[in-house]
Design a protein. Structure first.
Length: 134
């Protein structure tokens, strides 16, 4: 039986992605609590940076595993595409936060990120996908 060199990533990639999802939801709640006077600002900064980093690591480890498993790092699979949009959305959240955007804009964009997470989890059930659960 041949050993797949990327199979160990199956134990790393999903937990990184799930931690990124959890931190993204936490970021939404941090933005809801955030005030311009600086209260909770350091928490938002830390949670947002961690959410961005874990979403990035989940995306990159998924790409490395996909290269090993399917021979290509990105297949424009619905789940992969939504994950890329999620990563960009969390990055936009942090950019807007550091640019001192209006709190409502931060909350709306964080809400969009959370909707992307829900779609990322549900889409393999609805469409044919490399990440199909069924």
């Amino acid at each position: 039986m041949a050993h797949d060199p990327g199979s160990w990533l199956l134990f790393i990639h999903p937990p990184l992605a799930v931690i990124g999802y959890i931190l993204t939801f936490t970021l939404l709640f941090a933005f809801v609590r955030y005030r311009k006077d600086g209260k909770y600002g350091s928490i938002v900064s830390r949670v947002g940076s961690a959410a961005w980093a874990f979403n990035f690591l989940g995306l990159v480890t998924g790409m490395i595993w996909a290269q090993s498993a399917w021979g290509r790092p990105f297949a424009f699979d619905p789940k992969e595409t939504l994950t890329l949009l999620l990563f960009l959305s969390v990055g936009l959240n942090m950019y807007l936060f550091y640019r001192s955007a209006d709190r409502k804009v931060l909350i709306i964009n964080a809400l969009i990120s959370c909707i992307l997470i829900i779609l990322t989890v549900v889409i393999p059930l609805l469409l044919k996908s490399l990440h199909g659960y069924l």
